[in-house]
Design a protein around this ligand. Structure first.
Ligand code: FMN
Length: 261
């Protein structure tokens, strides 16, 4: 098995990289590590050209990342929690996923897992949800998402409960089966929820759950190739709406410009 680990930390031998190495070793897999902090990832210019099949004009490392995933059998996304969320470069990569469209059909065959490392027991925040969104928008076959508590570099390998969680990832990737934790959305593995009318709503897949995590209404957002393609088609249809509204929008913008001058 060939694993590519997308690792979003500057620490060369920190917990995220050790997690990737541990999992790959247990699977006797070849490991390639992409250190996101070393990658050039520019902001999306929101031109939507890539949705029409045009190659992205930004000359940075995003295509390199996609091409590396293309060569792999499985993708690990390993990253620390920084201020309750995933680190900035990871979000920067999410913002550029429109251009992954030509890769999506292939990426759907890639097994994937997330490892979130948090230094404080009660400060894991919503980082695992952010990374879930990266896996989902890349169309990967997400099989497991674990959150481990480890602050000092190397600490991840000292604790029995952390190794057990990493072994869960090993099992999911070797058996090709989804392993959902009891505190996660049974549909998409998100661990973050909105509360509305005495129900839990999963912000990622849109499922509605009761407080025992039973699915009341299954959502389908971000879950597969066809949803992503449909979503992109709806974005493209906004171009016509924009053309029709252009005059009105220009007038609206003038109101603010006049105020400033
Ligand atoms: C700038 C910064 C912000 C951090 N914010 C959080 C946080 O909000 N919650 C938390 O649990 N740990 C936080 N940590 C601790 C890291 O998540 C923890 O040390 C982790 O093990 C780092 O992973 P690494 O060794 O793979 O880099 C923060 C660390 C840094 C440097």
């Amino acid at each position: 098995m060939r694993i590519v680990a997308i690792v979003a930390t500057e620490r060369k031998n920190g917990n995220s990289i050790l997690a990737a190495k541990y999992i790959s070793k247990k699977l006797s897999a070849d490991l390639e590590i992409i250190r996101l902090t070393k990658m050039r990832i520019e902001p999306c210019r929101a031109c939507y050209a890539c949705l029409y099949g045009v190659k992205c004009k930004i000359d940075d490392d995003v295509y390199y990342i996609y091409d590396t995933i293309l060569e792999s059998d499985a993708v690990l996304i390993c990253y620390p929690v920084y201020w309750l969320d995933a680190t900035g470069k990871l979000k920067a990569l999410i913002d550029r996923v429109f251009m992954a469209v030509p890769y999506l059909e292939n990426f759907a065959q890639k097994k994937a897992a997330l490892v979130t490392v948090h230094g404080f027991e009660d400060m894991n925040g919503w980082a695992s949800a952010t990374c879930n969104v990266l896996a989902r928008t890349l169309g990967l076959n997400l099989l497991a998402s674990v959150e481990v508590h480890a602050a000092l570099p190397g600490e991840i390998l000292l604790k029995k409960e952390n190794l057990e969680k990493l072994d869960t990832v090993v099992k999911a990737l070797s058996d090709g089966v989804k392993i959902v934790d009891k505190n996660q959305c049974p549909v998409c593995m998100s661990s973050i929820f909105r509360v509305n009318k005495k129900r839990l709503f999963c912000p990622i897949c849109g499922s509605e759950l009761d407080f025992d995590f039973n699915v009341v209404k299954k959502g389908n957002k971000l879950l597969n190739y066809s949803w992503l393609i449909e979503h992109y088609e709806s974005l493209k249809s906004m171009k016509d709406i924009f053309k029709n509204l252009m005059k009105e929008l220009e007038n609206a913008k003038r109101i603010v410009d006049n105020d400033i001058s």
